[in-house]
Design a protein around this ligand. Structure first.
Ligand code: HEC
Ligand code: HEC
Length: 208
């Protein structure tokens, strides 16, 4: 009951953050995005389906607005920084970002798989969190299937490479990635043990 209430409050908070920051983003044009996306395939795989290096993210199937927001955040270079992405976003306009978001949202990612020995702990954290340490259930915002919540700009997680998810959770925990409105991810990641982060990252790769 208590956990349920906390989730509802968290969801409401996310929605408020979304309303406060996102209404200026226009819907993108996927065909225009496709032309701009060719250079991205070298690192993110053809159509963003899956990169050669699992510490890099899949982009295929991600919500358009979330992708556009990440590109804008990389370009500002304050709350999300990456040396490989900095050069990619320097010349992109807001319209380019929206178009790229629309293109990748329409693509299909390669399926992944979870490590058998990590499923039990990973699933427990994903669905129920850890009440003792105050880790909120991932499913509350990212949905039970990992589909995310496009209206609230909660990203899709299902099938994402475990190595990338683990790196990202560690970046949130250290605060080197701080582009989560209201510290929604930082407060969660900093309370997770290394074993929990690793298990949930593996579980997410197998989630669909
Ligand atoms: C030289 C390699 C490289 C190229 C080329 C590249 N990226 Fe990336 N991209 C990365 C890496 C590495 C990351 C992960 C950064 C991190 O760890 O936070 C990333 C992250 C991203 C993310 C964040 C994904 C998420 O789930 O939060 C988006 C969106 C993205 N790239 C879009 C693009 C687009 C669009 C292009 C083409 C215009 C592109 N990238 C080209 C290496 C590259
Ligand atoms: C209160 C809502 C909320 C909860 C609960 C939550 N998240 Fe998130 N998560 C977010 C938001 C919002 C973002 C996007 C931040 C941004 O705009 O870049 C995010 C982003 C992420 C990302 C980055 C995705 C990417 O492609 O880079 C990962 C990974 C993630 N969450 C994992 C988790 C895990 C694992 C849990 C459970 C332990 C969890 N989240 C619980 C709201 C939440």
């Amino acid at each position: 009951m208590k956990a349920q209430l906390k989730l509802q409050i968290a969801g409401l908070f996310g929605l408020m953050a979304f309303i406060a920051t996102s209404p200026t983003m226009a819907a993108g044009d996927a065909a225009a995005g496709k032309a701009k996306a060719q250079v991205c395939f070298a690192c993110h795989g053809v159509n963003g389906a899956g990169p050669a290096n699992p510490v890099w993210p899949k982009l295929a199937g991600q919500h358009a607005k979330y992708t556009a927001k990440q590109l804008a955040d990389f370009k500002k270079g304050e709350t999300r920084k990456d040396p490989a992405m900095a050069g990619q976003v320097a010349s992109l306009s807001a319209a380019d970002m929206a178009n790229l978001g629309a293109f990748f949202a329409e693509q299909t990612p390669k399926a992944g798989g979870a490590a058998k020995d990590k499923v039990a702990l990973g699933e427990r954290i994903y669905r129920g969190g850890n009440e003792k340490s105050g880790v909120a259930a991932c499913a509350g915002c990212h949905s039970p299937t990992g589909a995310g919540n496009p209206a609230a700009n909660f990203p899709r997680l299902s099938g994402q490479n475990a190595a990338y998810t683990l790196k990202t959770l560690s970046d949130f925990a250290k605060g080197t990635r701080s582009n989560d409105n209201g510290s929604m991810m930082r407060t969660i990641a900093e309370r997770m043990t290394d074993a929990e982060k690793s298990a949930v990252a593996s579980y997410i790769e197998g989630l669909h």
